[in-house]
Design a protein around this ligand. Structure first.
Ligand code: PEP
Ligand code: MG
Length: 836
């Protein structure tokens, strides 16, 4: 909806109720610190482009992106609140940074359920980040659909000129207490910097006798501000008051701790045991091997008197080379969807551009220093500042700076990026850097131990991601251990054993071998059928949403597809897929599964899953409304078309049709009759099997009557929990209590199995409970014979089945029905069938 150059109408990127910014449950957004805008509480799960333009920024985690419209307006779209913490899970980016997009184009697909369950809010922001240049007028005030006019933005006639600070304007200041957990470390500092950059005023933070400009990340971190510390913020400029307000809000908004800090560092322990150094576990594991000591680059004395231009040029070239290398690492991490690695190296890229660092190096070169020495000194000065703060989070960021020191020095000196590492070595170092770690992992290092470092460092995060056992904070003694000495690194228990006996070596080998074998066995056996020790076979199938996922499931050993959610074919498009497209999509899933059977569920929309091209009546309680099979009531032609497509797949014997949200027998009978008519029409002699989902208590209670007319039943524990417990499955506040191991659910599952058995029908479970290994014995015990799980868990669940005695499961499961809570059931399961 572009108009002329100055006025642009943005269309709604999402469908749902519109909110004013002030009503957004996030202080930073609500304060307008990020810019003016609107919010939408989304009902659909795909973000669309609100105008033509270029994607100028994509959050690494896929939850936000910014488009620059052709008139220069920059529109940030942020899906949900605190969604960065999902680390990209549940977000699929459909465009790349730098891409040209047209209005209405899908940009990001997201998992609505997951965000609702795991994040603070689904409310999504549409913010004009350069609102100093544009004026915004909302158009929509109630509910919008994707593509409808949302707001108009017009170039301000007197756009403020971004000039040097106007000293005639008085400075404004405020004192504020820092509420960010862990103090003003990298993430909150970045928030402050971003906030400050939204204003033309110059802002500074003062703490003790130190001051930093709010637009320097390093400067801000260098202040060493801890949680609860009081700081003074000053702003000078035309928009000083607004900047001050925004910064005060940003400084006192408590954002969560760095997302990747699951391992709690403990203080260094005294080395009391002979020949054992005690450290802190940064990544668990047990390994043995020769110790390999790694050292950093030492520079010779600088002669001084270098040509300033030449050295500046050298530094520039080296910095650009390292930036290029980091961008490559970032691309690879993105391809591997390794969000942690991506975040770490994106932070390195930001540090390499930090004005505080570059200015310091330039100043030293201008005094005649070599680029190498100037760079080293600039880094070391910043490291000294961070280390002097004596706070672990800041000290760990110093290591990131050291990483950049080494990389740029290597680029300047032309030194090869290479270590000669003996096979299976345990590497020791004062403190390794993230890029060292990637290199060492690629060279098959067996483990890592460091004199310094912390469990929340980037190196620790990477080590955990690579499964590389790692101990930190061992003290300088670790650096005195002779090169090549054989040691045992028991990272899980914080021990580096310097003189292990032969017997200890053998024991470590044995333990590792057992663990490895168990994992390999699970995978090797994954393609075999799974039977309990007393011979009851349980089919372990997979839940999928596409043929690509079906292929993964097949490769992982799935016995079939237990649930194909077809609604994924229908959402986020402007028209419904026709019969031919549907047939091809279903056939592709069948083809991906070899000779295994595939259960295809008919479309389950309605409720909170709305289709733009399928207007359904507005309902007060959509979850209790026309969803699932009930949609046949209002749009029978849609279901008819889907059934036709399903009947044309081949071989039909491998296709089973599953009906969602059935609550009475008539619904099943009507579809069965319609299927029969269509089979006659299409001259088919064969009929596909027809099953019913047990997702509402009524269906579970009527299982026997349903099973009389159905070929099989499949329990959807997600909805069955929601409707049995009267707890919204998407309600964040109730998430912990919506547990399908609740005894009430177990009773319904037991009743379903008993009802089906009376009619000689089998029962499967395709809800999330099937993927929970703690629940496997209970489900088997209650009479479930098929578990449809997420593809990566097939080997594990099959292994679990193979270790069970079905008769014992039957007996013990019945006892669980009498327990009082889901918690009690979980405890009992852990007791009867412990998970190692
Ligand atoms: C369920 O409700 O358990 C189920 C499998 O269906 P969905 O999660 O798609 O609603
Ligand atoms: Mg369901």
């Amino acid at each position: 909806m572009s108009n002329n150059n100055n006025v642009l109408t943005l269309s709604a990127p999402l469908s749902g109720p519109v909110l004013a910014l002030g009503n957004v449950p996030d202080e930073v957004f609500a304060s307008g610190a990020m810019g003016d805008g609107l919010a939408i509480d989304p009902l659909n799960d795909c973000l669309h482009a609100p105008c033509d333009g270029v994607v100028i920024h994509v959050a690494r985690t896929g939850h936000a992106l910014t488009i620059r419209a052709d008139n220069g307006a920059e529109v940030l779209m942020h899906v949900g609140i605190d969604t960065v913490e999902l680390n990209g899970e549940g977000f699929a980016l459909l465009v790349k940074d730098g891409a040209r997009v047209s209005e209405g184009q899908p940009l990001v697909q997201f998992d609505l359920d997951r965000i609702a369950r795991q994040c603070k809010s689904l409310v999504s922001l549409i913010i004009l980040t350069n609102s100093e240049r544009f004026e915004l007028q909302p158009i929509a005030s109630k509910t919008v659909k994707v593509g409808e006019a949302l707001m108009r933005i017009a170039l301000r006639t007197s756009a403020p000129v971004q000039t040097a600070v106007d000293n005639s304007v008085a400075e404004v200041s405020a004192t504020v207490r820092i509420t960010h957990r862990g103090g003003l470390h990298a993430r909150p500092a970045a928030l402050i910097r971003k906030t400050a950059q939204g204003f033309s005023s110059q802002s500074q933070l003062h703490f003790g006798d130190k001051t930093a400009a709010c637009d320097s990340l390093i400067g801000l971190m260098g202040l060493g501000i801890g949680e609860g510390d009081e700081v003074r913020v000053t702003c000078r400029g035309k928009d000083g008051e607004a900047a001050l307000q925004a910064l005060v809000a940003a400084l006192s908004v408590a954002i969560h701790e760095e997302p990747h800090a699951p391992v709690v560092a403990t203080p260094r322990r005294a080395n009391t045991e002979a020949n054992v150094l005690q450290g802190v576990c940064a990544a668990p594991g047990l390994v043995c091997g020769p110790l390999f000591r790694l050292t950093g680059i030492e520079l010779p004395q600088d002669s001084g008197n270098h040509s300033v231009d030449e050295q500046l040029q050298r530094l520039d070239t080296a910095l650009e080379q390292v930036r290029g290398e980091i961008r490559n690492t970032l691309d690879q991490a993105r391809q591997r969807k390794n969000v942690e690695e991506e975040e770490i190296f994106a932070a390195h890229l930001a540090l390499l551009e930090d004005p505080a660092l570059l200015d310091a190096a330039t100043a030293t070169i201008e005094q005649g220093s070599a680029a190498t020495h100037a760079w080293r000194d600039a880094i070391q000065a910043q490291c000294a500042v961070l280390l002097a703060l004596r706070k672990p989070l800041f000290a760990e960021r110093a290591n990131d700076l050291r990483d950049l020191q080494q990389r740029v020095l290597r680029a300047l000196l032309g030194e090869a990026w290479h270590f000669e590492l003996p096979a299976g070595a345990i590497v020791s170092a004062h403190e390794l850097t993230p890029s060292d770690l990637l290199q060492l992992s690629a060279q098959q290092a067996a483990g890592i131990c460091m004199a310094e470092g912390g469990a929340t460092s980037h190196v620790a995060i990477l080590a955990r991601g690579k499964g590389l056992p790692c101990l930190v904070a061992l003290g300088n003694e670790v650096l005195d251990v002779p090169q090549g000495q054989r040691v045992v690194l028991d990272a899980s228990n914080g021990r580096l054993e310097l003189a292990p006996s032969e017997a200890r070596h053998a024991e470590v080998h044995q333990t590792r071998e057992t663990q490895k074998q168990r994992r390999q066995q699970q995978q090797a056996q994954a393609r075999q059928p799974a039977s309990t020790t007393d011979g009851v076979t349980v089919e372990v199938a997979a839940n999928v949403a596409s043929s690509a996922e079906a292929q993964v499931a097949f490769d992982n050993g799935a016995d079939g597809v237990g649930l194909l959610r077809t609604e994924f074919l229908f959402v986020d498009r402007r028209t419904a897929p026709d019969e031919q497209e549907q047939r091809q999509a279903y056939q592709a899933v069948l083809d991906a599964m070899g000779d295994k059977s595939v259960i295809i569920r008919t479309i389950d929309v309605g409720g909170d899953k709305q289709l733009d091209y399928l207007p359904l009546p507005v309902e007060a309680n959509p979850v209790l409304g026309l969803r699932g099979i009930r949609m046949a009531q209002v749009r029978p032609e849609l279901l008819d078309q889907q059934l036709r497509a399903l009947l044309q797949v081949s071989p039909l014997a491998r296709c089973r049709i599953l009906l969602p949200m059935v609550s009475e027998v008539d619904e099943l009978l009507q579809i069965r009759q319609r299927l029969d008519e269509l089979c006659v029409e299409l001259e088919l002699t064969q009929r596909p099997e027809l099953g019913v989902m047990i997702e509402v208590p009524a269906a579970a209670l009527m299982a026997e009557q349903l099973a009389k007319h159905a070929d099989f039943l499949s329990i959807g524990t997600n909805d069955l929990s929601q409707y049995t417990l009267a707890m919204d499955r998407d309600h964040a506040g109730l998430a912990a209590r919506v547990d399908a191991l609740h005894p009430a659910l177990l009773r319904l599952i037991a009743q379903t199995c008993a009802g089906a058995a009376k009619q000689g029908r089998w029962v499967g479970v395709c809800g999330a409970l099937a993927s929970d290994p703690l629940a496997t014995p209970v489900l088997v015990g209650l009479g479930v014979s098929e578990l449809s799980v997420s593809p990566p868990q097939i080997g594990e669940i099959k292994d679990r089945v193979r270790h069970l005695d079905a008769a014992q499961c039957r007996q013990l499961s019945l006892e669980l029905l009498d327990l009082s809570s889901a918690k009690a059931v979980r405890q009992a399961c852990q007791h009867h069938w412990p998970l190692s």
